[in-house]
Design a binder for this molecule. Structure first.
Ligand code: KG4
Ligand code: ZN
Length: 346
């Protein structure tokens, strides 16, 4: 195998249609992304049927420039789960068709594994490392011992963190997608303005819970309204800042618990924060400060590689292809596919 091989990556599991060509020496040769935010904005959330049709409408146009020199493509990687199944099927089938037409191997990529490995593309992060995976659908702490070697330390018992951001943003009347809008609103707010609970703070283990925090935000908004006050920009900013302060405290507490556990049972070299919420510039320093006493650095991909993209899918493909982990064209698209069940064997 040519050591500096090139992988075509395809992502279509949620509301971003994305394609990328990445070389094993970490060079991003080409990438294109079409966000569907405008199509979903009127509904305040991702509508699966609209998403699937939009992927189908965009994917050929995005791929065309990357397929001009097919001789340069050594393997094709596509997200085959977890995600909204209509979109997953679109990307997986297109990826398989290209692999079959070119006579090249197909790599069935777990979207969460792609988030988990991205920091190794942009930084020098050696296994084993601890991972805080925070996206629209997931909130987990894992120990990553190698490609396909994931141990779950803790997870949310209800809402994912990105989901909590999105729902609170919607309640405040902030635009979709809620996560970045809430972060922006919080910049001018007072984090002590509104008392909010810190769910799971101090409890044993590394699990999370965000539904109580979400309910507290809803009740505080209702009570503000009942007192005859408007939901204006000042209130929005204060609520957003108070929400983020609660989230940061909870994350720091859970990460400290994970650090204690890891120190005894499986030391790591570093922490990696990944997934859409890792793009948050307020949470990153709060997390870095929590783990600093343990002597562990925090790595997070650059912002554009935190939210969904195809560079991370191509990179996960590179990590797997290097180990000879190729898949058959019968690899099944999956709506659910927990990261800790991803195997290191094809
Ligand atoms: O990884 P991702 O793009 O898609 C999934 O795999 O779910 O994550 C999307 C989630 C959304 O909930 C979005 O609101 C959140 O990540 N997000 C953020 C920020 N940017 C995206 N949450 C907080 N702060 C941000 N800056
Ligand atoms: Zn994602």
């Amino acid at each position: 195998m040519n050591k500096n091989f090139t992988v075509l990556g395809i992502e279509s599991s949620c509301d971003e249609t994305a394609v990328a060509l990445v070389r094993a020496d970490k060079t991003i040769l080409a990438q294109a992304l079409a966000s569907q935010h405008e199509s979903h904005a009127p509904y305040g959330g991702v509508v699966p049927e609209i998403a699937a049709r939009a992927h189908l409408a965009q994917i050929d146009r995005l791929l065309a420039p990357l397929l001009r020199d097919t001789a340069a493509i050594d393997a094709v990687a596509a997200t085959t789960g977890p995600g909204l199944i209509g979109g997953v099927i679109v990307g997986a089938m297109v990826g398989k068709a290209i692999a079959a037409a070119l006579g090249k191997p197909f790599l069935a990529i777990n979207h969460l594994e792609a988030h988990a490995l991205t920091a190794r593309l942009t930084e020098t992060v050696e296994f084993p490392y601890a991972l805080l995976l925070v996206s629209g659908g997931h909130c987990q702490i894992l120990r990553v011992a190698g490609v396909g070697e994931y141990q779950l330390l803790g997870a949310t018992r209800d809402d994912a963190l990105g989901e909590a951001y999105d729902k609170c943003a919607k309640m405040l009347g902030l635009p979709f997608p809620g996560g970045p809008a809430l972060e922006r609103a919080a910049r001018s707010g007072n984090p002590q303005a509104i008392p909010l609970p810190r769910p799971m703070l101090g409890s044993s283990g590394c699990d999370f819970s965000f539904s109580g925090l979400k309910t507290a935000v809803r009740l505080a908004i209702e009570s503000h309204r009942h007192q005859g006050h408007a939901i204006d920009d000042v209130f929005r900013a204060d609520m957003a800042a108070s929400f983020q302060a609660a989230v940061a405290e909870v994350l720091a507490d859970r990460l400290r618990h994970a650090c204690d556990w890891l120190a005894l049972r499986g030391p790591v070299n570093a922490w990696v924060m990944a997934g859409g919420v890792a793009a948050n510039q307020y949470l990153r320093p709060a997390i870095a400060a929590a783990i600093a006493p343990y002597g562990l650095p925090l790595y997070a991909p650059p912002l554009a590689l935190c939210t969904d993209n195809a560079v991370m899918i191509a990179w996960a493909g590179i990590e797997r292809f290097r180990l000879g982990l190729v898949d058959g064209l019968d690899a099944e698209p999956r709506a659910r596919w927990p990261l800790f069940s991803v195997s290191a064997s094809a």
